[in-house]
Design a protein around this ligand. Structure first.
Ligand code: MN3
Length: 254
């Protein structure tokens, strides 16, 4: 299988001035494109990854500590997700049920904002800052380089790229100011709310857990706990939905 660079869901200049056209062009057309092109070379003919969906490649390469494949596959997925997390005239505060969950965890919207910015600034070197769903609860976390929360069973809801290439042209060394502007003007809360509501379809963390359990079950007749996980996942009401969702979301970068 070979992957294609997804088109941005808006024009290059649609996020100005919070994110310049120059930044978006280089970031999408050069950086994101390079990850996808490199991945395609690494997984071409005969590779064990050749027939896998993107999320399965990420999980398998991570579990096998296959860093070149993992980094390029992870970055391919993370960037697709990141583009969807932004929208022209975005930002502000979440609404409805998601707003309630944010307040339950962070007390106020400002509490959430401060924690998100702090986590982004605190990520040493390159990486990503995320809002994730951990069961019923929301969490903020950062990941280094190409890592992604669904590998740890956490459902990604929102991400901001804090690699320097994401903000240096516009904000120089001021990562905190970039994160403030991301929250003020760019966040696509409708997309985040949609991710938050996703239980079966779109719940990539559950999909990955299910997939890993299946692999473990196939690989060993002795791993009783994992076999039980797989059986539970298959028998559960969400089993079939998850399998379909895993295929869909792997392709859509969600
Ligand atoms: Mn980037």
């Amino acid at each position: 299988m070979s992957f294609e660079l997804p088109e941005l869901p808006y024009a290059y200049d649609a996020l100005e001035p919070a994110m310049s056209s120059d930044t978006l062009k280089v970031h999408h057309d050069k950086h994101h494109a390079k990850y996808i092109n490199t991945l395609n070379k690494l997984i071409s003919d005969g590779s064990r990854y050749a027939d896998m969906q993107l999320v399965d490649i990420i999980t398998a390469a991570y579990d096998a500590n296959d860093l070149a494949v993992f980094n390029n596959a992870g970055q391919s997925w993370n960037h697709s997700f990141f583009w969807n997390c932004m929208t022209p005239n975005g930002g502000g505060a979440p609404e409805g049920e998601l707003a309630g969950a944010v307040k339950e965890k962070f007390e106020t919207i400002d509490g959430f904002r401060n924690a998100f910015v702090e986590a982004g600034i605190g990520q040493f070197g390159s990486g990503w800052v995320w809002l994730v769903r951990n069961g019923a609860e929301l969490e903020i976390m950062s990941t280094p380089n190409a890592e992604t929360p669904f590998l740890r069973g956490l459902q990604p809801l929102l991400v901001c790229d804090v690699w320097e290439h994401a903000y240096y042209l516009d904000y120089k060394n001021e990562r905190g100011r970039f994160l403030q502007n991301f929250l003020d003007h760019l966040v696509n809360w409708d997309f985040v709310a949609e991710r938050y509501q996703s239980q079966g379809e779109g719940n990539i963390a559950a999909g990955v857990k299910y997939q890993r359990a299946q692999h473990a079950f196939a690989a060993s007749g002795e791993v009783a706990a994992q076999a039980r996980d797989a059986a539970d996942a298959l028998d559960g009401p969400e089993g079939q939905e998850l399998e379909a969702a895993r295929r869909n979301t792997a392709q859509r970068g969600r």
